[in-house]
Unconditional design. Sequence first.
Length: 143
Amino acid sequence: MPHEKSFDDAVAALGEAQGAWTRLLELIRTHYEMDELWTEGKATGKLANYRNEMKFRRGGKTLVTLYLREGFFTVCVILGKAEREKFDLERGAFSDYIRIVYDQTHTYHDGKWLGIEVRDETYIDDIMRLLLIKRKPNRKDGK
C-alpha cells in the first residue's frame, strides 16, 4: 500500500523531472503572488493511490494544480470559455503535444481540465503560456 510522503520526499521521487518542477515553481512564483497549498498523500480513486498535490490559488480561484507521482508530475490547468477562445487564437504558438492534449480533453460545463504530464522541461514554456492565458501576472516587482 502506498504511503504518505512529505513534500521533500515527494519532490525527490520526481527523479529526472525535478529540474522541470523547480523551473515551473520558480516561473509561477516570479509572475504570480499566490497561496501555495500542499496536500500530502491524498487518496485518489478505487485503488487508494496516494497523490501529493500542490495548488496555487488566490481569492478562492485556482490557477494551477500540480500532482506529483513517481518520476513525473501532472499539471492540471482548467480553461473556461474565455480562456479557450484565447487558446484558439494562440494555438499555433503551442507544441503539438499541448494541442493534442487540448483537443483530446473533454469540455465540461466549467471548461476543459487539461492534464499535462511533465517528465522534463520540454513543455514548461507552453505551460506558462497557458497560465498567462488563464490569469494575468499579479506580481509588480517581478520577484
